[in-house]
Design a protein around this ligand. Structure first.
Ligand SMILES: Nc1ncnc2c1ncn2[C@@H]1O[C@H](COP(=O)(O)OP(=O)(O)O)[C@@H](O)[C@H]1O
Ligand SMILES: CC(=O)N[C@@H](CCC(=O)OP(=O)(O)O)C(=O)O
Length: 282
């Protein structure tokens, strides 16, 4: 059963300097256990840093970067370049076979323009999962930069949470982990992480202004995946040592973050297959 299991892990740009070495070792253990591991990454903070140096404006609408031609070139350089290759190197050092690609490579992520006012921001139309299956058959973990391409070969910037959600949904993944720099979705007090949340709660918390900014694309991707058969979706504290095993564990108290579950599952135990997956990774 574990051979068929699939986990998609999204790494936020907020984490790139703080990801613990244990994360890469956990990926190696999962890969060794026959789990299909796919990594999707962002890099918003680093794009902002370079934009500042180049005097390019960093402008966002509803959390999405307004992306003109110059900004797109920068986004492609940063996401597809140094960030992607650093992650590949760290995985290789931990004993994984990893290959860095972007959603442009082999037309992995086909998009259309989301809204002309946002410029080159892509809305995902299709994920070519055969590319990911081929890489898996070679024993390689794909590390995917959140870019996409349309039918005319035009490249687009995609929010990395949205890209990861689309990949998880298309792969019918068992688990999507959105790793970031906070201990999950924080309640109204801004201090305490919520253990479990349903898509209905998500809509309410966005309306109430509790979930804001970069957390919005995460919870939207999470809700979309939960509604489309991804069994476990977690917003996890990627700074915590061993967070991946904690995410996969059946015991909520060992998990640093928030699990997004279908309506009516707020109190249920976690899915047994996911527990088995965690067990195989030990
Ligand atoms: N309710 C909330 N709980 C936790 N974080 C939130 C919440 N609302 C907004 N945020 C913000 O979302 C950020 C995570 O999104 P983002 O900065 O895009 O991270 P990443 O680079 O990991 O994708 C947090 O650092 C926090 O500032
Ligand atoms: C369209 C859009 O906003 N794209 C994002 C892509 C990177 C990203 O999402 O990075 P994080 O995961 O670190 O937030 C951007 O340009 O910042």
């Amino acid at each position: 059963m574990a051979e068929k299991q699939t986990i998609v892990v999204k790494l936020g740009g907020s984490l790139l300097n703080t990801l613990p070495a244990s994360f890469f070792q956990e990926c190696a253990s999962l890969q060794k256990a026959g789990v299909h591991v796919v990594i999707v990454h962002g890099g918003g903070l680093r794009i902002n840093d370079f934009a500042k140096q180049l005097s390019l404006e960093a402008k966002f609408v509803n959390g999405l970067r307004v992306t003109d031609e110059a900004v797109l070139e920068l986004v492609e350089m940063v996401l597809g370049g140094s960030i992607n290759k650093q992650l590949v190197s760290r995985l290789e050092q931990a004993g994984c076979s990893a290959v860095g690609i972007s959603g442009v490579d082999r037309n992995l992520i086909r998009v259309r323009q989301q809204d002309p006012r946002l410029g080159f921001v892509g809305e995902v139309e299709q994920v070519n999962v055969s590319v990911l299956h081929e890489l898996r058959s070679l024993g390689w973990i794909p590390v995917v930069a959140s870019l996409g391409v349309d039918g005319d070969g035009q490249h687009y910037n995609i929010n990395a949470d949205t890209a990861a959600g689309a990949v998880a949904k298309a792969l019918k993944a068992d688990c999507l982990v959105l790793a970031t720099d906070v201990p999950g979705i924080l309640a109204g007090d801004g201090l305490n992480p919520i253990d479990r949340i349903t898509p209905g709660d998500v809509a309410r918390l966005i309306d109430e202004g509790v979930i804001r900014d970069g957390m919005i694309p995460k919870v939207k991707a999470a809700a979309e995946c939960v509604a489309n058969g991804v069994q476990t979706v977690c917003i996890a504290d990627g700074r915590a040592a061993g967070f991946l095993a904690g995410t996969l564990s059946q015991h909520d108290d060992s998990f640093p973050g928030t699990k997004v579950v279908a309506e009516g599952c707020e109190m249920d135990g976690l899915n047994g297959d996911v527990h088995a997956l965690a067990h195989r990774a030990d």
